[in-house]
Design a protein. Structure first.
Length: 363
């Protein structure tokens, strides 16, 4: 089977990293996989190329760059894949157009519940008839694409999320020492792409409402909101309590050094960072949105905050700080669930079933 995985860009972020992991897993099962993006190749693409996986970038300079579409058409003509699997709206639309002209079946995918760019919904509706199926990563996203994109439910395929197994043998004390953290500090961690939809203002300012806790906030990641966030930190009541770590390749080790994980996003699909925190057994305090409600489950695997204010998040973090036993119980529930529900083999098997189903339909 020859498959092209297409995404809007291969910059640092949850979706590109998920695509990279999918490419490696497909390659390990014997699939002839090529990874491409509409933008220039980006660091994630460069890492895949260095690992020996075929990659390409179409060099788009903006969303309206039609020359990138022409480049994609040429690349697909050269590779002649059996199937294109696209993710995110720009890539979905481009794949549908090129797939139709090159007579290649297309599977598209949505990774998050879109609330900011309403035009994404409009173009997804307009072009949805030109693919053979749509992959989602959570029941919440499945409900969204059926309702908002007006897709028939039978065309929507839910692939269970997965992550690589958490590292073993990490020395928590050594990791904290490397980060220059005091032994008594209550360390709160956030990881991801710095974007306004992540609502990091809430995370920064919640420290102002935790006067009784020796709290330290670590922010790991990079993105377009970095400069504004740095100004927000500088203007906060306790800027020295916040540390910007930039992009890190040792996120899973960072998780072992923290005492809690905070995630006040406005919208999500099935965030890698939260999944990895759960797998590590790190207590998670997150916004009460559909995808995270789904992760929480009936047994409360994470703490959901219904009021999107710094004070509300601070109250839950303070409760965790003051209740070590409750924190440990929450950690155990999260790790136990992750160990049985985030199997990479189950995820790749489900993906291959969708591919084979589409190829059978396409003759």
């Amino acid at each position: 089977m020859r498959v092209v995985l297409l995404v809007t860009d291969l910059e640092r972020g949850g979706t590109p990293l998920r695509i990279a992991r999918l490419a490696r897993d497909l390659h390990d099962t014997g699939v002839d996989v090529t990874v491409g993006c509409l933008a220039p190749l980006g660091p994630v693409g460069q890492e895949l190329a260095a690992a020996g996986l075929p990659t390409f970038g179409c060099g788009a300079c903006c969303a309206a760059d039609v020359l990138a579409l022409r480049r994609l058409h040429r690349v697909i003509g050269r590779i002649r894949p059996d199937l294109i699997h696209a993710t995110l709206t720009h890539a979905n639309v481009a794949a549908r157009l090129v797939g139709a002209t090159r007579h290649v079946p297309v599977v598209t995918a949505t990774a998050t519940i879109e609330v900011q760019r309403r035009w994404h919904i409009a173009v997804e509706r307009l072009t949805r008839h030109w693919d053979r199926g749509h992959i989602v990563n959570s029941a919440a996203v499945a409900e969204h694409v059926v309702r908002a994109f007006r897709r028939p439910p039978h065309s929507v395929h839910l692939i269970p999320p997965s992550i690589d197994p958490p590292p073993t043998g990490v020395d928590r004390a050594a990791m904290r020492a490397a980060l220059d953290l005091d032994a008594n500090e209550f360390v709160v961690l956030w990881v991801g792409r710095l974007d306004p939809v992540k609502r990091l203002d809430i995370t920064v300012h919640c420290l102002e409402h935790m006067p009784s806790a020796p709290v330290r906030l670590l922010i790991a990641g990079d993105g377009p909101d970095r400069a504004r966030l740095e100004r927000e930190i500088a203007a906060s009541a306790n800027p020295t309590a916040v540390r910007m770590l930039g992009w890190r390749d040792d996120v899973r080790e960072l998780l072992t050094a923290a005492d809690a994980f905070v995630f006040p996003s406005r919208t999500e699909g099935m965030p890698n960072a939260v999944l990895e925190a759960l797998a590590t057994g790190l207590p998670v305090v997150a916004s009460d949105i559909p995808a995270l409600r789904e992760l929480c489950g009936d047994e409360q695997r994470l703490v959901l905050v219904t009021e999107n204010t710094p004070r509300a998040f601070a109250a839950e973090l303070t409760r965790l700080y003051e209740d070590p036993a409750g924190r440990q119980a929450l950690s155990a529930r999260a790790a136990r669930w992750a160990a049985t529900h985030l199997d990479p083999q189950a995820s790749i098997a489900a993906t291959l079933r969708v591919y084979r189903h589409v190829l059978r339909q396409s003759g």
